[in-house]
Design a protein around this ligand. Structure first.
Ligand SMILES: [Zn+2]
Length: 283
């Protein structure tokens, strides 16, 4: 992604130096499995069992420099989401309000509960903040074998997509549903919400490239590889060796790729109504 030298968002709360130094228990296999299942969690870390996590040690100067560069990348992507969503909301005759992005290390407190790096990136509707631990950058590369910088942009755009859903009243409807329907049915709605966030990430890429030419050759493929690697079916196969469709909360690899691509190719927010899409409502 062509990001260097571009505007960095001012809506970033950098808590990397204060959030670290937790209790080191060691992640282990259990931690990893829970971690895999909660990647791209839709915004309720209160629901995540308090899992053991590996507290990170002090960074060396070289690592610190790399970390700061990632922070800059995140700030540029966030700024690009601000420009794009202001434009889309304007086109729809309304006003976009920008979320804050919290950078943390190891542990963080949110209005949705305490979260650790193991929760993966998430959005908390109650405080309208996106939470990112930069170590997820490495997780994408090492655990999911996803290369390039664009997958991280996709992750941020996906979380900002949940913020857009919050502004549109979808998040509160989801909370209402959680009280009313059983888990199996709630999971189906969760898949629709997550796939819509993927669609919004694709829509963001479409607008950002049109407005600012941010994409390089291969970026969209990188994002699609990431979407493929984090589909529920793929994660379940990796973590438990079998696939349980009723437990899907984010959609299959094919669905995640499909909706990201649809946002990217159409550039039309009206095409992203996953809640009324026959392929998702009929089962
Ligand atoms: Zn999500």
């Amino acid at each position: 992604m062509l990001w260097r030298g571009r505007r960095e968002s001012g809506n970033v709360s950098d808590r990397r130096s204060i959030s670290g130094s937790g209790i080191a228990i060691g992640g282990g296999a259990i931690g990893l499995i829970i971690y895999l299942l909660n990647v791209f969690l839709g915004g309720d870390p209160g629901q995540v069992p308090n899992m053991p996590y590996q507290s990170s040690r002090e960074l060396t100067p070289t690592e610190q420099a790399a970390d700061d560069e990632r922070a800059s990348f995140v700030k540029v992507v966030l700024a690009e989401t601000e420009d794009v969503w202001h434009k889309i909301f304007e086109e729809e005759g309304s006003r976009y309000s920008e979320p804050t992005l919290v950078l943390f290390r190891d542990m963080v407190q949110s209005a949705c509960g305490n979260a650790s790096a193991a929760s993966g990136p998430f959005y908390c509707p109650a405080d309208q903040q996106v939470y990112i631990d930069l170590s997820f950058y490495e997780e994408l590369q090492n655990r999911f074998n996803v290369s390039g910088d664009f997958p991280m942009a996709y992750v941020i755009a996906h979380e900002v997509g949940h913020h857009v859903q919050n502004l549109m009243g979808i998040s509160s409807k989801m909370q209402e549903l959680r009280q009313r329907v059983d888990e199996r049915e709630y999971n189906r709605y969760s898949v629709m919400a997550e796939l819509q966030a993927d669609f919004y990430a694709g829509l963001w890429a479409h607008y950002a490239h049109r407005m600012d030419t941010i994409l390089e050759e291969g970026d969209i493929e990188e994002a699609l590889n990431a979407a493929n690697a984090i589909g529920d079916d793929m994660l379940q196969k990796r973590s438990q060796g079998r696939i349980v469709p009723d437990a899907f909360t984010h959609g299959t690899s094919a669905q995640r790729m499909y909706w990201f691509k649809k946002g990217w190719t159409t550039g039309d927010i009206r095409q992203g109504d996953t809640f009324n899409d026959a392929s998702l409502t009929l089962r």
